[in-house]
Design a protein around this ligand. Structure first.
Ligand SMILES: CC(C)(COP(=O)(O)OP(=O)(O)OC[C@H]1O[C@@H](n2cnc3c(N)ncnc32)[C@H](O)[C@@H]1OP(=O)(O)O)[C@@H](O)C(=O)NCCC(=O)NCCS
Length: 246
């Protein structure tokens, strides 16, 4: 069986990753820079490295109440291994949680006018990926924090400007704030850095996995098996749900 790869190769006494010696990466490269190198095939500039790292950190964990954390913890509480439990969390990343980066990247790349995009989305009642949040109804604090790092590093992008313009247009056309969320800002940043939408999905998996590992380890170390939703939280409706998209 023959395989081709441009990622890495074991050589005598060292390992080559995207043309760089692992020995040199161990000595000089940060984890974020090395992830950038692996995904993109080349090393980031100093500014790109700072922005990429800040974006990774911004989504490293977002509490045990997220869909991925709950999935991971439930699987752990059933008596499963760390790897099976973390994998369950990764599987929970989808179009509305984590996976929105990929969707938002595709969406931003196709927008010509923020005004027309929002008008069409509101008229057709389609989801604008990278906007809205279950908790943050006015502003996602992580967006402001990451934008501050961008400003400090003089990192600008037409994609970030577009994301902010869409946010403004939504508020004006809908008469209600649906704020730019962290997935939306990261989508703009990754487009500016030249990543593809699929790499955007990979980015979130990489960034959130440390959080999922921590959530799973805490569940295994501190909680009794097995988790169950309280019966008071469950309403028996006795009829089939009427959801057009299921
Ligand atoms: C995350 C999400 C599921 C939260 O949904 P939610 O809590 O039901 O949102 P809200 O209750 O604040 O919704 C308020 C209104 O805005 C609309 N809305 C919210 N987010 C929207 C979006 N991204 N695109 C279009 N409309 C949206 C809702 O349909 C609702 O409309 P209505 O008042 O006319 O009925 C939703 O915002 C969404 O799907 N966002 C896109 C996916 C995404 O970017 N996820 C990453 C989150 S970090």
């Amino acid at each position: 069986m023959k395989f081709n790869t441009s990622i890495s190769k074991i050589v005598p006494g060292d390992h080559i990753i995207r043309g760089q010696a692992l020995s040199a990466l161990i000595a000089e490269s940060s984890f974020a820079e090395s992830i950038y190198l692996l995904l993109k095939g080349g090393k980031p500039s100093a500014t790109q490295a700072v922005i990429f790292q800040a974006a990774l950190v911004s989504v490293i964990d977002h509490g045990m109440g997220t869909a991925s954390s709950m999935a991971a913890r439930f699987v752990a509480s059933g008596g499963n291994s760390v790897n099976a439990s973390v994998a369950a969390g990764v599987i929970a990343l989808g179009d509305y949680h984590g996976g929105a980066i990929e969707k938002a990247m595709k969406q931003f790349a196709g927008i010509v006018s923020a005004k027309e995009f929002v008008a069409k989305a509101l008229q057709e009642k389609t989801t604008m990926y990278g906007f809205g949040h279950k908790i943050y109804k006015d502003a996602d604090p992580r967006v402001g924090q990451l934008l501050q790092v961008c400003a400090r590093e003089s990192f600008t992008s037409p994609f970030i400007d577009l994301a902010l313009a869409v946010e403004t247009e939504i508020a004006s056309q809908k008469g209600k704030k649906i704020p730019l969320n962290i997935d939306g800002l990261i989508a703009g940043i990754l487009l500016e850095l030249g990543f593809t939408p699929k790499q955007g999905k990979g980015f979130f998996i990489i960034a959130r996995t440390p959080g999922l590992v921590a959530q799973v380890l805490e569940e295994l170390q501190t909680e009794e098996p097995v988790r169950r939703i309280d019966e008071e939280e469950i309403t028996y409706t006795g009829s089939l749900p009427n959801r057009s998209n299921t």
